[in-house]
Every structure is written in structure tokens, then in C-alpha cells.
Write a protein that binds this ligand. Sequence first.
Ligand SMILES: [Zn+2]
Length: 170
Amino acid sequence: MASLFGHALVGVTLSNVLDTKNTRVLLVLAVISAILPDVDVVSFKLGYAYEHCLGHRGFTHSILFAVLWSLLASVLFGKKNKLLFFTVVLLSTLSHALLDAMTTGGLGVGFFIPFENTRYFFDWRPILVSPIGIKRFFSDWGLRVIISELIWIGLPCVVILIGNKIRRNN
Ligand SMILES: [Zn+2]
């Protein structure tokens, strides 16, 4: 994974750009959705191998999971804005897998589970993979991850957020 901070920032950015009303519930949902796929780290504790379809970067990182979660979230919370909720939640959830596929380590992402269990990486992988677990994050490795994500996730998101603010104010 990229770190939770990196994923969350993408959720914030997507919500900010797509939701002109800045709905708080949608912002929270976007952040949760951008982080949610990593609930599958419990699979290690449950004894699933990394490469199993329910292992890390497996089903919860798939396109199908993103669609199902977005449908559920938009029905539960979307009220009169179901399409907007669906879109923001879908893109936030998918952003997680897309970022993971741009990281330098682990196995790839199971985008097409349950239809196909192949794990995919993009050819371009500039993001240093984040350690799993809090203890290992507070290390030299964690620091290098933060720097890598500031460049490849933080900077683009901040530019987009500022650009969006300027656009809205005009
Ligand atoms: Zn992940």
C-alpha cells in the first residue's frame, strides 16, 4: 500500500473537486473509501496467503468490490445525490488500488478478482511501498515513504485542491 495518509488525501481531493456543496458526509465517505481496501490486512491474521483472492490486495482492492461498496454507500447515504455519492465513493475506492499498483513492493493488485486472480502492477511505479503496521512506519523506511508520497501524491493533490479553489472563486 501507499500509506493511509496518501490514500486519504486522494479521497479528500476527489470529494473536494466533484462535490460543489462540500457535503461533510461525502468527504468522510471518500476518505474511508480511499482507505477501506486495506481492511484486508486482517487476512494475514486469518491465515490467508498474500496471493489468495481474499489476501492482501485481493478482493477488497478489486473493481467489483469498489462498485458494490459504492452502490451500498450511495443507497445508504446518498439521499437525493445518489449519483454524486456513487461517483465519488467509486473513484475514491478505485484510487486506492490504482495507487497500490504504482508502488514498488508487495504483490500486485487483484483488479479483476473474483473473475481472475492475477495481480497487476503498472509499468510506472514511483511510489515507495509503505510498511504494514504502525511500528514499522515510524522508521527510516516510513520517512522515505512520506517523502515519496509528498512528491507523487501530496504535490499533485495540493495543486488540484488549490486550482479547484481558484476556479470556484472565479
Ligand atoms: Zn492497499
